[in-house]
Design a protein around this ligand. Structure first.
Ligand code: AMP
Ligand code: FES
Ligand code: ZN
Ligand code: ZN
Length: 334
């Protein structure tokens, strides 16, 4: 298979786009596509400050890399969840993020010394990685919190999602960022969409989008610049670009419905290339036309009494209630 642009050996054939590219042209194509989506969905502008949530996996590290190559001022944020799962999962993923940043800084230092002129190196700005360790900050790891709450008893994923969303919002707000970017790719989005469609959950369908505007003042907009990039493409980007990432999935993800949905969608994609993309794009069009809006109803949001983040509950938000329960339990033991 030959690269469509230069005729050299291709490293990837994207059947859904009828496009094969060599390494060099693929490394150009991914940022071009990402920039197109950033503009199309009005995610952010070059003067806005972006915070990228990095998990140490291929999608979020590739995203950080692409945004920096495109010239955006993007910092990273890693949340230490305290998950071991027999593979030292959280420590390994943290290390991948730190390694990515130190490699990047040495590359930037080289570029700076070799090419005087405008660019990141000369603006004085350097990307940083914010690290929040849940156990250090709140006294318990995710598996610990999950074990003592009904929400997490069968699997920690729901508690984990709640905590991650809260912490991401807080770091974005405290750091004065305009936008919070996550590495969700097309496979993630199509799988979530599949699950929400099976349940016809109009509320969730309404809230699934490439851009979620800030709910309240002080909260960052949430964006997914890779939402139209296949997982296979983001993995190929990391590989060709030489980005080291953690191969292991979170140990708790094993057997999850979203993985089962991904497998079903992959089977359909194999039989008919482009199925996942069409599924997602048709949904976005339907959503744009207001298909789910009138059924979802408007939920009234208040500021949580403790942390100030928006919540549909009166008083404390679900995140603060998690830790409040721990305090009450501890008092009962005394
Ligand atoms: P997941 O829910 O694990 O598929 O992750 C979706 C996105 O959430 C990733 O692409 C990251 O942007 C972000 N993310 C997941 N885990 C973490 C973490 N531990 N720290 C920071 N960001 C994360
Ligand atoms: Fe949170 Fe797996 S990443 S439970
Ligand atoms: Zn080429
Ligand atoms: Zn709260």
């Amino acid at each position: 298979m030959k690269c469509r642009k230069c005729g050299h050996e291709a490293v990837i054939n994207m059947r859904q786009h009828k496009l094969a590219l060599c390494g060099e042209h693929f490394l150009e194509w991914v940022p071009e596509q990402t920039q197109r989506f950033i503009e199309k969905y009005k995610m952010f502008t070059p003067d806005e400050r972006v915070l990228v949530a990095v998990s140490g996996g291929k999608d979020s590290l590739s995203l950080w890399d692409v945004l920096l190559r495109l010239g955006y001022k993007a910092d990273g944020m890693y949340i230490g969840l305290g998950i071991d799962g027999g593979v030292d999962y959280s420590n390994q993923s943290h290390q991948m993020c730190e390694r990515f940043l130190s490699n990047l800084k040495s590359q930037m230092a080289n570029v700076k010394s070799e090419t005087p002129g405008p660019g990141h190196g000369d603006s004085g700005w350097e990307p940083t990685l914010h690290v929040v360790d849940i156990a250090e900050m709140y006294g318990e790891t995710i598996p610990d919190v999950a074990a003592r709450t009904t929400r997490g008893r069968s699997k920690p994923c729901s508690v984990c999602g709640l905590i991650k969303r809260h912490v991401m919002n807080r770091v974005a707000r405290d750091g004065g960022y305009d936008v919070l970017a996550t590495g969700h790719n097309l496979d993630d989005e199509a799988a979530v969409l599949f699950g929400n469609t099976l349940a016809w959950n109009a509320g969730y369908l309404l809230r699934q989008a490439p851009v979620l505007p800030a709910d309240k003042p002080g909260l960052a907009r949430k964006v997914k610049p890779f939402c139209r990039l296949y997982e296979r493409e983001s993995a190929a980007y990391a590989l060709v670009r030489g980005i080291e990432y953690i191969y292991d999935e979170c140990p708790f993800a094993e057997g999850s419905t979203s993985i089962a949905h991904k497998e079903i969608l992959n089977q359909m994609e194999k039989d008919s290339p482009g199925t996942k993309l069409q599924f997602y794009l048709s949904f976005l069009r339907a959503r744009e036309q207001g298909l789910f809006a009138e059924h979802a109803g408007q939920v009234e949001l208040n500021a949580c009494e403790k942390c100030g983040q928006p919540t549909s509950a009166p008083g404390l938000c679900a995140f603060c209630r998690l830790w409040e329960r721990r305090r009450t339990d501890a008092l009962q033991i005394l």
